[in-house]
Design a protein around this ligand. Structure first.
Ligand code: HEM
Ligand code: HEM
Ligand SMILES: [Fe+2]
Length: 479
């Protein structure tokens, strides 16, 4: 990435955030591979990097790289949307370094202290022990400062510049995003109460605020890449926001079935979470509809020699990832989520590999895809490219990563079904049944396949990194 064509400081800062996000994405996959090897060979790295720690690093790296990429995406689109330079860039840069340094320290501590007592010191300095947000409490305060600075910059810029629908939605959404983090910061010694609040972060993040964020980013992408009409795109965005919050907030009930919360959550969770796929269908239709409308239409188009109108996609790899997002969000979150969201079904699937199948396809389909798309948009801007084409590496990367994650999802779904049928349905969920379910060939082979598909995913990531890094020198793109 030799020549830097960016004149906006906000976009420069965006590339920092997106670059660190890509590095963490790689780290996430490496720790996932280690955990997957440990499923097949339980002794692998035992005492050096235990499964519990590999898993923590895998899923925390996931959350953190996505947060970095989300901040980067906002810094990227703000000057375009508001028409002014982002306010508070200096503070944005400072907290970037604080954030990076905090993550390095937290990871080192995870690696160096892998076992220990459940004490206050542990909570403050080693780990809080809440899945996905395991960082110790000192880091929590750091994250709050980082998030507040980011939200502050977004607000100052949004209030001074042009307030498009996209910016307005992002402003409201990021306040909710930052505020909800607080629900995962206090300690209660009752596990039900603790889980009750912890889900306010996890579920309300991924199924409400992050999804709304995706709606805003998709709207921005459709306008910049295929020249979709802002009025139409923003009308959809408001509809999606209403539907996402309408179903997502009480949809949280699907995590309150079995943790000791009152039984009325069965009905609330069943009803509202069953509605959650609807906005995802809307988002899916929206992307395909706008894409279809540009085919042959005047917007963003060129006339060919024969006089036909040919629509131009300004960034093919990014657009590919955006379209995959529409499919992936619908499949991973909508379909795989719906599968197990009724309490009658969840009674059997809860705590099996089925959850993991859904978790992988949902996080990948709904977030990884669109954030990688934003990385491509940033690389395009940084290298001053007018029309960015697909390269061999970009095509292999997207195919291997998507194929790999789909493969893992299928393997995990099969493993989950085996657990449901053998451990729960046939043998009645006894202690022995649990082990019988995991000992059979269907289960163990599924774990082998998950590992193979994980390796393919990782190799795809290596190609993705290569493609992003060599874009500046690649002559295929139109400058
Ligand atoms: C992009 C959006 C989504 C993401 C990233 C996501 C991710 C996840 C993850 C990682 C888990 C496992 C949590 C744990 O460790 O206990 C989970 C659980 C669950 N998800 Fe989703 N999900 C999404 C959307 C949905 C939707 C739309 C539905 C329903 C239609 C749904 C239904 C469920 C259910 C029922 C569980 C609980 C499984 C159990 O504990 O038995 N999810 N989700
Ligand atoms: C190299 C590819 C990958 C491998 C080998 C891998 C492997 C694993 C393993 C072994 C676990 C622990 C499962 C358990 O505790 O039973 C896990 C959990 C998880 N991984 Fe991955 N993973 C990979 C890529 C990804 C990607 C791309 C995403 C999402 C973008 C992802 C999201 C998750 C989530 C959300 C969990 C927690 C699931 C739950 O508890 O339900 N992983 N992964
Ligand atoms: Fe949920």
């Amino acid at each position: 990435m030799a020549n830097n064509h960016l004149t906006s400081e906000s976009k420069q800062l965006a590339t920092w955030y997106l670059t660190f996000a890509a590095i963490l994405f790689g780290a996430q996959l490496l720790f996932g591979l280690i955990a997957a090897i440990q499923y097949v060979m339980p002794g692998f790295l035992y005492g050096i990097l235990d499964f519990s720690i590999a898993r923590i690093l895998h899923i925390n790296a996931l959350v953190v790289w996505m947060v970095f990429a989300m901040f980067g995406s906002v810094y990227w689109l703000l000057p375009d949307e508001t028409g002014i330079e982002t306010i508070g860039i200096k503070a944005g840069k400072l907290v970037y370094w604080i954030f990076v340094a905090a993550i390095v320290v937290v990871v080192l501590v995870f690696l160096l202290i892998q076992v220990g007592p459940a004490s206050d010191t542990t909570i403050w300095f080693i780990t809080e022990g809440r899945e996905y947000i395991e960082a110790p409490r000192w880091a929590d305060f750091g994250i709050v400062v980082v998030a507040l600075t980011f939200v502050g910059n977004l607000f100052l810029t949004g209030m001074k510049g042009k307030q498009t629908g996209i910016v307005t939605v992002l402003m409201a959404d990021m306040i909710a995003f930052a505020g909800l983090y607080l629900a995962g910061m206090f300690f209660t010694d009752n596990i039900s109460v603790d889980q009750y609040w912890w889900w306010w972060v996890i579920h309300l993040w991924v199924e409400a605020t992050w999804e709304v964020f995706v709606g805003a980013i998709a709207a921005y992408g459709l306008i910049t890449m295929i020249g979709a009409h802002r009025k139409v795109v923003e009308m959809w965005l408001w509809i999606e926001v209403a539907m996402l919050f309408g179903s997502g907030i009480l949809g949280m009930g699907h995590h309150y079935f079995w943790i000791g919360t009152p039984e009325y959550w069965w009905e609330i969770g069943a009803l509202f979470s069953a509605l959650e796929p609807l906005p995802l269908v809307a988002m899916f239709v929206h992307v395909l509809y706008d894409w279809g409308k540009t085919q042959g239409a005047e917007m963003n188009s060129e006339h060919t020699d024969e006089g036909h109108v040919k629509s131009v996609i300004k960034n093919k790899p990014a657009f590919t990832w955006f379209v995959l997002n529409a499919f992936g969000n619908f499949l991973g979150a909508g379909v795989w989520g719906f599968f197990h969201t009724l309490p009658q079904i969840n009674l059997y699937t809860h705590g099996t590999q089925f959850t993991s199948a859904h978790g992988h396809l949902a996080f990948f389909g709904a977030y990884a895809t669109i954030l990688v798309g934003m990385m491509y948009l940033a690389v395009q801007g940084k290298n001053g490219i007018k029309v960015m084409k697909n390269t061999k590496a970009s095509i292999w990367a997207v195919s291997m990563i998507t194929g790999g994650v789909m493969g893992m999802t299928v393997a995990l779904t099969i493993a989950g079904y085996v657990q449901v049928i053998v451990s729960r349905a046939q043998m009645g969920a006894t202690w022995a049944a649990y082990f019988d379910g995991q000992g059979g060939a269907w289960f163990t082979q599924a774990m082998d396949w998950r590992l193979i598909m994980g390796v393919i995913t990782f190799l795809g990531f290596v190609l993705l990194a290569k493609d992003l890094l060599t874009t500046g020198k690649n002559p295929v793109h139109e400058r």
